[in-house]
Design a binder for this molecule. Sequence first.
Ligand SMILES: NC(=O)c1ccc[n+]([C@@H]2O[C@H](COP(=O)([O-])OP(=O)(O)OC[C@H]3O[C@@H](n4cnc5c(N)ncnc54)[C@H](OP(=O)(O)O)[C@@H]3O)[C@@H](O)[C@H]2O)c1
Length: 273
Amino acid sequence: MDVIESHGARIPNLGFGTMTLKEDLGAEMVDAALRLGYRHLDTAQMYGNEREVGEGLRRSGVKRDDVFVTTKVWFNRLGAGDLERSVDESLERLKLPFVDLLMIHWPNAQIPLAETIPALCKVKRAGLTKHIGVANFTVAMLDEAAKLASEPLAALQIEVHPYLDQSKILAAARRHGMAVVAYCPLARGKVPADEILQRIGRAHDKSPAQVALRWLEQQGIIPIPRTSKRERLAENYGSRDFTLSAAEMAEIDKLKRPGSRIVSPPQAPAWDS
Ligand SMILES: NC(=O)c1ccc[n+]([C@@H]2O[C@H](COP(=O)([O-])OP(=O)(O)OC[C@H]3O[C@@H](n4cnc5c(N)ncnc54)[C@H](OP(=O)(O)O)[C@@H]3O)[C@@H](O)[C@H]2O)c1
């Protein structure tokens, strides 16, 4: 699988998002994704499925070293001491000695970054994660986090899909040399119904979902689509073997429109991008 390199991390350029995939379905879909060729799994403390993700990984028989595993610390566990304890609990659920990428899931207005970022760096130095990153940070928070971090911030995870203008935060991530991981890359079901993406897809014998994922991949952004259906696992994986023209990329760029953010923060937002 192609990788995006960032501060020593080599992140497969397509991941499998696992939010909502729990119990038997969770382990089965992770196993199926890895057997199909996915090598990047995205979970989080908040998804309540770290056990299932670890179980699916073991069931697949794919070597641990060949899979890039991300988990995220929920916003209520960001205090010094508590962050470290929460990571120990995550690793216990995953039954892994370390993850490849540990992220702050959402900032917490009540806990200063000056406390959280050093705690995140400490967990990396202790060997519990190979790399660290943040999710759902604004440009200002990213700049502050980069100043506070004694270890490189390898990746930023944010909502990215054809309808949302993320140009400012994408530029900030690039400035900090961070890889960008796109959540909701299919705009939670809006992409498959899009007539423009359908038309572009027909020209390549591809689905609108494959077109939206390809549009991200061609920008060096790493999509992590989720599905509960095996046939869609294969469909989404098939986003990587065709090329959109510059004109098609530009046409998709024009789908951005105000009010397209899907995910709301667990606390009052402070978006500046
Ligand atoms: N950091 C954060 O704050 C954050 C927030 C949200 C999500 N995430 C991560 O990002 C991942 C992806 O985001 P998401 O799950 O919110 O949204 P998404 O991947 O954009 O959309 C998932 C939805 O699309 C459907 N789908 C998947 N493949 C499809 C295809 N080929 N054709 C048609 N429909 C398809 C799925 O339904 P079926 O199951 O029926 O296929 C599901 O309802 C999550 O699983 C999670 O790991 C992170």
